[in-house]
Design a protein around this ligand. Structure first.
Ligand SMILES: [Zn+2]
Ligand SMILES: [Zn+2]
Length: 94
């Protein structure tokens, strides 16, 4: 069971931001992502760490929102993992 309030708050924020399932929920088995035992979005909230599969899913949710609404929700950071993901998705929807 979750022990750390901060970890649980992060987990619930993930749900509020659009990740409506859990790391190991139905239809979340995505080929190419390594197995994770300690992702924040597991139902048991074992850690603060959010794995790449779940963070990519959150970004994809907001990219879908941008595509469907024409509004801009994501800003592109200049460095870091999200920046690299955004560069890989360059041209998405626009
Ligand atoms: Zn995960
Ligand atoms: Zn949850």
């Amino acid at each position: 069971m979750p022990k750390n309030t901060r970890d649980v708050a992060k987990h619930e924020t993930g749900h509020l931001l659009g990740y409506t399932t859990h790391h190991d929920g139905p239809v979340t088995d995505v080929r190419g992502y390594p197995a994770e035992q300690r992702c924040n979005m597991l139902f048991t909230v074992p850690a603060a760490y959010t794995c790449r599969k779940c963070s990519d899913a959150l970004v994809a949710f907001w990219q879908g929102m941008e595509y469907k609404t024409g509004e801009r929700y994501l800003t592109a950071p200049k460095t870091g993992r999200l920046a690299r993901l955004m560069q890989r998705c360059k041209g998405y929807g626009r």
